[in-house]
Write a protein that binds this ligand. Structure first.
Ligand code: DGP
Length: 140
C-alpha cells in the first residue's frame, strides 16, 4: 500500500467507493467523475503505478477482471459497446498514479469519438524509422 494513494485507500477501506467487482488481486468500482453511466475503473489491489510495472503474473488476472466487468457493465447499462483504456503516465492524462483501466460504456449517439480522436501529433518520422527505433530498444 502507498499511504497517499487514493486508490490504495479505497482498496484498504479507508475511502469509500462504489465497488462492483472484487477478487483476490483486483477491484472494480464506479468512477467518481463518470464520462458515461456505468463508467468503471478496474485496478490491481497492489500499488502499481503503470502498466510496465505490472508483474506478469498479475497481468492475466487484471485483464480477466476487465473482461468480466466489461461484460456485466454492458449488460447492466444496456449497451453493446465500450471504450477501454489506460491513461498510462502523467503526459497521457494519468491523474491517479495507481494503474487503472477505464471501462466507458458507449452508445452510437453519445457524441464521443474513438481512441483515434484523442491525439493527432504524428511527427516527421516515417513508419520505417519508428519501427527501427522500437526494434532497437527490443534488441538492446
Ligand atoms: P486518470 O486520469 O486515468 O488518472 O483517471 C482517474 C479517474 O479516477 C478519474 O476519472 C476520476 C477517478 N477518481 C479519482 N478519485 C477518485 C475517488 O476517490 N473515487 C473514485 N471512485 N474515483 C476517483
Amino acid at each position: 500500500m502507498s499511504e497517499n494513494c487514493i486508490f490504495c485507500q479505497i482498496v484498504n477501506d479507508r475511502l469509500e467507493s462504489r465497488t462492483v467487482y472484487e477478487d483476490e488481486l483486483t477491484l472494480a468500482f464506479l468512477d467518481v467523475n463518470p464520462l458515461a453511466p456505468g463508467h468503471t475503473v478496474v485496478i490491481p489491489k497492489a500499488h502499481i503505478e503503470r502498466l510496465e510495472d505490472l508483474p506478469t503474473e498479475q497481468m492475466g488476472p487484471l485483464f480477466e477482471a476487465v473482461r468480466r466487468v466489461t461484460d456485466k457493465v454492458q449488460q447492466a447499462m444496456k449497451v453493446d459497446a465500450t471504450t477501454i483504456g489506460i491513461n498510462n503516465g502523467r503526459a497521457a492524462g494519468q491523474a491517479v498514479p495507481h494503474l487503472h483501466v477505464h471501462i466507458i460504456p458507449r452508445r452510437a449517439d453519445d457524441g464521443g469519438g474513438s481512441l483515434h480522436s484523442i491525439v493527432h501529433s504524428n511527427g516527421p518520422l516515417s513508419l520505417d524509422e519508428v519501427q527501427r527505433l522500437i526494434q532497437q530498444v527490443f534488441g538492446a
